[in-house]
Design a protein around this ligand. Structure first.
Ligand code: NAD
Length: 440
């Protein structure tokens, strides 16, 4: 879908008019969507700033090994602020000073990534750590107009710096174009060594893969070397086959709510020796205010978006068709976090999924697996194209980046969570919403 305002605000003849009318001025977002490589930070000008330099020496060595340029005197593409030793609100002045020095040097589309402690040993440390959340979320809103982002990682003391690799590869680069103002709480986990291509020899299953976010995800996982089983409705068989052929994957036409769907998916998984990546992406909307919503509008949304996922997982678990170390991702929505008028059914299904993800995380952790929710905001797909014009325009602009995201932005977040070494991220909700004002 074309975003006319994005075009007009960045064309020399129309940009002054957009400014004069006081309209939002979205900036084109630099994006990176190819397969992961060993040198993800090559050519990126990185400032590593730490409260405790000795504690961050591990990060320094690691950043260099990924190709980062660590001594740039001018522009900055990534500011990595290591506050893992933060213990008292009195240290927050130092945070202000460091950010104030770095922010004027940020390049368009730059990243600020802050590391803070995940545990606090006393109330003052907890206050300091929580204060950092306020700083990051606010800074993200300030720098969003430049297409830049800020995000926060809460890091357990015992986590090895190498476990941060997938997080910096994603949140520190143009791969996270539409992720801003987010906080991820990491879990302690043994380091996993990644070989490239990141998903070589892995089998992934993506539901709703015929179009939109699902097709972008299937393509992205295949780019990292995965064999992808692409699932969608029989009615979408033509585009489904096209996506599967394009990526040398396999098409499986079925309705995920059909009684035999779990058994057919188990059979497809077992034929490949089990699944390494499972993406529950298929979803529908049937919007109406609660008073006027029919039982079938309610039931169909709950059936596709929530109940089918629970039934499929139960069947895969019972058949041991998920490999140890599985990476499972469920597509939630910011409507499931903030609620949305006319979407009680949809919000129930997506909020329910978030609850499910949090609970199932503990179960998968025991075999090195993870499950996370990705909550997109306004993404330019067939689903949002159906919205009334004014609602659509509001959805696009009510975020720090003043534009909608692309299916590739969500696919990139899923590819990050699917990495075998992304083991520290479990039971989290990652919003891909440009720091939407909804439920912020
Ligand atoms: P889309 O409508 O473009 O694609 C959804 C796909 O799911 C379609 O190909 C459809 O045929 C398939 N599908 C629907 N019901 C199915 C069923 N019963 N069995 C098998 N396949 C089925 O949607 P999208 O925008 O790409 O959204 C993908 C996911 O992201 C959904 O879960 C959606 O709720 C979520 N999401 C999207 C947005 C957005 O802005 N587009 C925002 C928040 C969340």
């Amino acid at each position: 879908m074309t975003d006319r305002l994005l075009q007009l605000a960045n064309t020399p003849w129309s940009a002054p008019l957009v400014r004069l009318l006081g309209l939002p001025q979205p900036r084109p977002l630099p994006r990176k969507t190819a397969a992961y490589t060993r040198q993800e930070l090559a050519g990126r000008r990185v400032l590593l700033s730490a409260l405790d330099d000795t504690a961050s020496s591990d990060l320094h060595t690691w950043l260099q090994s990924r190709g980062a340029e660590l001594n740039s005197a001018d522009g900055l593409d990534l500011v990595l602020l290591d506050l893992r030793s933060l213990g008292h609100p009195a240290q927050l002045g130092e945070l202000r000073a460091r950010l104030q020095a770095a922010v004027p040097r940020l390049s368009p589309g730059a990243r600020v990534l802050v590391l803070a402690p995940a545990q606090a040993s006393h109330a003052q440390a907890a206050a300091a750590a929580a204060a950092v959340e306020g700083v990051v979320r606010s800074l993200a809103k300030e720098i969003g107009r430049r297409g830049a982002t800020a995000n926060l990682l809460q890091v357990p003391a015992e986590l090895d710096a190498s476990a941060l690799a997938p997080l910096v590869d994603f949140l520190g680069t143009a791969r996270s174009a539409y992720v801003s103002g987010q906080v991820l709480r990491l879990q302690a986990a043994p380091p996993v060594t990644l070989t490239f291509p990141a998903l070589q020899g892995h089998t992934a299953l993506v539901t709703g893969a015929a179009g939109g976010i699902g097709a972008a995800t299937a393509r992205r996982l295949a780019a990292d070397g995965a064999h992808v089983i692409c699932v969608d409705m029989q009615a979408a068989d033509v585009p489904l086959q096209r996506v599967a052929n394009e990526i040398n994957g396999q098409a499986l036409a079925l309705d995920i709510t059909a009684p035999d769907a779990p058994a057919r998916l188990v059979a497809a998984a077992q034929a490949r020796g089990g699944l390494d990546v499972l993406v529950h992406n298929a979803g529908i909307t049937r919007d109406r205010t609660l008073g006027r919503m029919s039982a079938s509008e309610w039931d169909s949304v709950l059936a596709v978006n929530l109940q089918s996922i629970l039934a499929i997982d139960a069947a895969l678990d019972a058949a041991h068709a998920l490999r140890p170390g599985v990476r499972e991702v469920c597509l939630a929505s910011i409507s499931g976090i903030a609620g949305n008028a006319g979407q009680t059914n949809y919000a129930a299904s997506k909020a329910g999924l978030i609850g499910y993800v949090r609970a199932r995380a503990t179960q998968l952790q025991t075999s090195g697996g993870t499950i996370n929710a990705v909550a997109p905001g306004f993404i330019e797909t067939a689903m949002t194209q159906k919205m009334p014009l004014m609602v659509r325009e509001a959805g696009r602009r009510l975020n720090a980046l003043k534009q909608g995201g692309q299916p590739e932005d969500v696919a990139e977040a899923i590819a990050f969570l699917a990495r075998p070494d992304a083991v520290a991220v479990n039971g989290q909700v990652l919003r891909v919403c440009g720091q939407s004002l909804l439920g912020a």
